[in-house]
Design a protein around this ligand. Sequence first.
Ligand SMILES: Nc1nc2c(ncn2[C@@H]2O[C@H](COP(=O)(O)OP(=O)(O)OP(=O)(O)O)[C@@H](O)[C@H]2O)c(=O)[nH]1
Ligand SMILES: [Mg+2]
Length: 319
Amino acid sequence: MGGRMTGNATKQILNGDSRMVASLMSLIEDGDPKVKAVLKSIYPHTGKAYVIGVTGAAGTGKSSLIDRMTAEYRQRKKKVGILAVDPSSLFSTGALLGDRIRMRDHFVDDGVFIRSFATRGSNGGVSAAVREGIHLLDAAGKQVIFVETIGVGQDQLEIATLAHMVVVVLTPQMGDEVQGMKAGLAEIADILVVNKADLLGADETVQQLEALFADEDFHIVATSAIKNQQIDVLVECIEQHRKESVGNGKYQSKRLHLCRQELLSLLREKVFAELAKKIADGSLETQVKLIAERQIDPYSAVDQIAKRIGMKQSAVQAK
Ligand SMILES: Nc1nc2c(ncn2[C@@H]2O[C@H](COP(=O)(O)OP(=O)(O)OP(=O)(O)O)[C@@H](O)[C@H]2O)c(=O)[nH]1
Ligand SMILES: [Mg+2]
């Protein structure tokens, strides 16, 4: 993208032009470096959106809830962006289609931008690409941004480096499973939702969670996305959490945390790319084979490579 094209793209993003947002999202998805110039020029205009991570096991109703909450936020005159991080769409487009169909109503609404995000190319991985997507939506004037991720292990923790707050979606069917999730939930969740409250056992699940987290101060809300019940309560909970965190300084330190995570992630990517250039072609693969054959251990291999490219041994051993 040349200077003039970057300028035009920037202007269109700041005007909230959905088509430009969509085409830059595609560049981000493909890991195209051209998008960096636009990201640089829009960055001063970002930092206004509130980013809400929505995570939970497959099929708990995350997309359905986001769909309903979006309607609620639209009634409150907020512009909404939605990024569904979709690992499965790498293999099939089924999940993506599901999201599209369920969120159909919002597709004709100019105040809503929806994107299912499959990340193939981006160097910094999924998180880096999602962060870029968030900046685009933020600059385009979206005031609330939902990021949907399927919560499994690592991914679930990653969301904490992307979002201002995290909503974890559970269901009554999970029963005793929640007991084992206690530590993970306490670490990541700001709000716990028991969705599918129209099904049997919802009250018990809520009671179980309340007992489990008696010492924590997070909210537990029972909803039914399908029946559109308690969605306003959930949104009110989110808004209350937001206001409280601004009031007690947690939001400000969260902002610093997110900026730090992004900077470190970009730096890691850059430094590693530089080092990889220094490591002679093929020698990495040679080491890999040696490790596989147990002729060397990976720790000594790293020491050797580091020494060869001129890194001081002490620097390698520090940390
Ligand atoms: N009974 C009931 N079913 C629901 C509710 N919310 C969602 N569902 C159903 O649960 C299924 C999964 O809903 P989704 O919204 O796609 O769930 P998801 O968590 O986004 O799913 P993935 O993105 O595939 O992990 C669908 O068949 C929904 O109709 C609810 O409140 N009650
Ligand atoms: Mg979904």
